[in-house]
Design a protein around this ligand. Structure first.
Ligand code: C2O
Ligand code: CU
Length: 580
């Protein structure tokens, strides 16, 4: 009897602590609600004629803007973005690049993976928390719409009372892009044709949505007008003696870029929203999908303006240098500098770019050490090849195609017939494969198989680059992972061999990123924790490469998720589940 009573009392005491615990949780929660702001944004997406480089063509705008509006929020805030698709004949979806979407994998915006596309006339609401300060990108994740101008920036500020490991007077934003006069529809049609039509080099480079095409090359047409105010150069103004943080993001479809500010050094302090051990450079190499913050001091002769110059690297340039004006107040903002714009490093100096990447390490005070060992090694060979006569990119001989039902829904609701249940290959024949020879990869095939990761495990991924279908050619591919920041454990040139190269990993102070370059004939080694329930795209961020198969899909912990929102359903096998 006594035992029963005491255990009864014990339960009660336990219940009281539980109650107290929940009470304090609620308290914490309500405090959070008081502090964090919910930002409600309403966007309309449509086609409009634009002349960002003086040449008039159809582009996609958000509320009339391309690049779209810059979002500014504070760490911990919630963004609620209501998107209305007014494209009339095209679906869409918007990805919040770099935001991990913890607890909201259905808001990732990767059509075919985490949601059905937003159909013309429909409205869809993304809701997610920006849980880490830094600079992010948003962009279309449907077909090649990002190339049509559907992209923009997100600035996430540190919470009040928190200090960044650097100081500055003001920040400035720079979004970089490459631009074609051919419509993205024509480009994508070419890429999917048996008679392969490559997109070619861009006509212009855009800085904050502005570039300059030499209209005399446009022939007699009236579509190009160099006095159009839409293509007057973008201007960044500084006051002599002050210090600036430049937030730089690249959303290019193809080009690897080098950014140089004439006469001014840049100190790299942050990349992909992680603080970097400061590195001072004359110019910055930036790949599509990457963001960098650099410190720039207005410490040069203030009586003139300077060039901000953008040059193509990694591919043989056929695009003129992109320029913006760095204006010293109170000079006239459009006064052209008396010099010619810097031309950047040699386009094919791979080692220069490779070494700059390698020099970027975590800030010593912000190191989150990676796990010492990993549970799984995924070795991914990137090849260009022909499949049934079509030119494709493949990863371990599988060229990615989307299923008609998004993976997230298919896995959660156990619709097994929706995509191949055979696991995507974790490796290739690394002992025998010659990365330096043109390989036809006769066994390559189209596929929608995925890599399912054990939840809460540590996974290493090695991206291996090889020769393309042309002799002596290997490109730089910026790979981007959704839902995660990974550690960059190493970069190498040549073929990765797990028997030796594992030993060269940097486990001391590796930078964390969400997008990383894989150099020509080289490899890049990543480590990640599969701790974010969802289905996540991992792909080359070059629009044309992903469009013809250069990507894979990772899944982890989907069974841990609650009921999926109905709004993401309605396509493929999820038709009956839909109805938003
Ligand atoms: Cu910024 Cu899946 O891409
Ligand atoms: Cu690529």
């Amino acid at each position: 009897m006594r035992a029963i009573i005491s255990s009864y009392v014990a339960i009660e005491a336990h219940q009281i602590t539980l109650l107290l615990f929940f009470f304090s949780l609620c308290l914490l929660h309500s405090i959070n609600i008081v502090e964090a702001t919910v930002h409600h944004l309403k966007w309309e997406i449509k086609y409009e004629y634009r002349s960002p480089d003086c040449f008039k063509k159809l582009g996609i705008t958000i509320n009339g803007l391309s690049p779209g509006p810059t979002i500014t929020a504070t760490q911990g805030d919630t963004l609620v973005v209501q998107i209305t698709n007014s494209l009339i004949t095209e679906n869409t979806a918007i990805h919040w690049h770099g935001i991990r979407q913890r607890g909201t994998p259905w808001s990732d915006g990767s059509q075919g993976i985490t949601q059905c596309p937003i159909q013309p006339g429909e409205t869809f609401i993304y809701r997610f928390v920006v849980d880490r300060a830094g600079t992010y990108i948003y962009h279309a994740h449907y077909g090649m719409q990002r190339s049509a101008g559907l992209h923009g920036l997100i600035r996430v500020l540190v919470p009040e009372g928190t200090k960044e490991p650097y100081s500055y007077d003001e920040d400035r934003s720079i979004i970089l892009n490459d631009w074609w006069h051919k419509s993205t529809m024509e480009q994508s049609t070419g890429l999917l044709s048996l008679n392969f039509g490559w997109v070619g080099e861009p006509q212009s480079l855009l800085i904050n949505g502005r570039g300059r095409y030499n209209c005399s090359l446009a022939g007699t047409s009236d579509v190009c007008n160099m006095t159009n105010p839409e293509c007057s150069p973008s201007v960044l103004t500084m006051v002599s003696g002050k210090t600036y943080l430049f937030r730089i993001a690249s959303v290019t479809s193809l080009s690897a870029l080098n950014l140089e500010i004439e006469g001014h050094n840049m100190t790299i302090v942050e990349s992909d929203s992680h603080y970097v051990n400061p590195v001072t450079v004359k110019n910055l190499n930036i790949y599509s999908g990457e963001t960098y913050s650099v410190i720039v001091k207005a410490n040069q002769d203030p009586s003139r303006n300077y060039w901000i110059a953008l040059n193509v690297v990694s591919r043989k340039p056929a695009t003129p240098t992109g320029t913006a004006i760095l204006n010293y107040y109170p000079n006239h903002p459009l006064n052209p500098p008396p010099t010619s714009p810097p031309l950047g490093p040699l386009w094919n100096d791979t080692l220069y770019r490779f070494n700059q990447s390698k020099s970027i390490k975590s800030h010593p005070n912000y190191i989150e050490t990676p796990p010492r060992t990993s549970d799984r090694l995924i070795l991914l060979l990137n090849t260009q090849n022909k499949i049934n006569g079509y030119t494709r990119w493949s990863v371990n001989n599988v060229s990615f195609i989307f299923p008609t039902t998004p993976y997230l829904i298919a896995i959660k609701d156990k619709l097994r017939q929706v995509f191949s249940q055979t696991p995507a290959p974790d490796t290739y024949d690394y002992k025998n494969y010659d990365i330096y020879s043109v390989s036809e990869n006769p066994n390559a095939m189209l596929g929608d198989s995925i890599h399912r990761l054990e939840f809460n495990s540590t996974v290493d991924i090695i991206l291996q680059n090889a020769n393309t279908l042309s002799n002596n050619t290997s490109e730089t591919h910026p790979w981007h992972l959704h839902g995660h920041d990974f550690w960059v454990l190493g970069y190498g040139l040549g073929k990765f061999d797990p028997r030796f190269d594992l030993k060269s990993y940097n486990l001391v102070d590796p930078i964390q990123k969400n997008t990383v370059a894989v150099y020509p004939y080289g490899w890049t080694a990543l480590r990640l924790r599969s701790d974010n329930p969802g289905v996540w795209a991992f792909h080359c961020h070059l629009e044309a490469h992903f469009f013809i198969g250069m990507g894979i899909v990772l899944e982890e912990g989907v069974e841990k998720l609650g009921k999926l929102p109905k709004a993401i359903m309605g396509c493929g096998q999820s038709k009956s589940l839909g109805g938003s």
